[in-house]
Write a protein that binds this ligand. Structure first.
Ligand SMILES: Nc1ncnc2c1ncn2[C@@H]1O[C@H](COP(=O)(O)OP(=O)(O)OP(=O)(O)O)[C@@H](O)[C@H]1O
Ligand SMILES: [Mg+2]
Length: 222
């Protein structure tokens, strides 16, 4: 199943909708092979300017759902529709160890077909808001884990996506960066952009518009 994009026209009531998403993985080897159903019919929506937390224990299927939402993994059943541009920050950064931060931004900017000056402007803002400009010329394999996470997030932000999907974005952040992260999320909300934040824990519930628990393969509003 590939996420489809809704037709243009009046502003959408929702920028992302998942309906009845199911997914199971095969486990074990023959003859003890069996299916492990992770998602059992997940329904989830995201409205413009909404910040939603998707919370669940380790192994509850959060990353599986996110991969399905961005079209990186096929679902067994269900549909996903979204409008506008989507930015995705995977739990495990997918980066090129020999490229510097600057080179990553240039590469992703080309992939998004951003004009060079728009890419450089966005890159400068991202360096400033997450505080890692001093690593602009550092290769990815020489960055600390926290700075890699900043680069991972920065690349998802580069094209100013309408929908930002973040899988455990602040797991490696120090407290100052955690606060900067939330400033950034607030700015996006004010600009009418939507953010879905996946985490196995939520300490500051008031920072979210809504929290959804992923439990027993279903998305349950809190
Ligand atoms: N490619 C795969 N093949 C088989 N099983 C998988 C695969 N990917 C995930 N799983 C299983 O599916 C379940 C959900 O995994 P997933 O990574 O989606 O959980 P999660 O909620 O993101 O966990 P965490 O909080 O640890 O990141 C787990 O039991 C996991 O072992
Ligand atoms: Mg995960």
């Amino acid at each position: 199943m590939v996420p489809s994009t809704a037709a243009g026209g009046s502003p959408p009531a929702e920028v992302l909708r998942a309906s009845g998403v199911e997914k199971s993985y095969r486990r074990g080897t023959w003859p003890a092979r069996r299916r492990h159903q992770v998602l059992r019919g997940v329904d989830l929506t995201l409205a413009p300017g909404e910040v939603v937390g998707l919370v669940g224990e380790n192994g509850s299927g959060k990353s599986t759902l996110m991969k399905i939402l961005v079209g990186a993994l096929p679902a067994d059943a269900g549909t996903v529709t979204h409008t506008g541009r989507t930015g995705h920050c995977p739990q495990e950064p997918v980066l090129y160890e020999r490229l510097t931060c600057d080179e990553h931004f240039e590469l992703f900017g080309r992939a998004y077909r951003l004009p060079a000056d728009a890419e450089r402007r966005s890159r400068r803002e991202i360096y400033a808001s997450l505080g890692f400009e001093r690593y602009a010329a550092t290769r990815a394999d020489r960055l600390s884990g926290g700075t890699l996470s900043k680069l991972n997030l920065g690349l998802a932000l580069l094209a100013d996506p309408d929908v930002l999907l973040l899988d455990e974005p602040y797991a490696g952040f120090d407290f100052d960066t955690y606060l900067r992260f939330w400033d950034l999320v607030r700015e996006r909300r004010t600009a009418g952009r939507s953010v879905l934040i996946i985490s196995h824990f939520v300490t500051d519930e008031e920072r979210f518009d809504r929290i959804v628990d992923l439990c027993e393969g279903l998305a349950v509003p809190r």
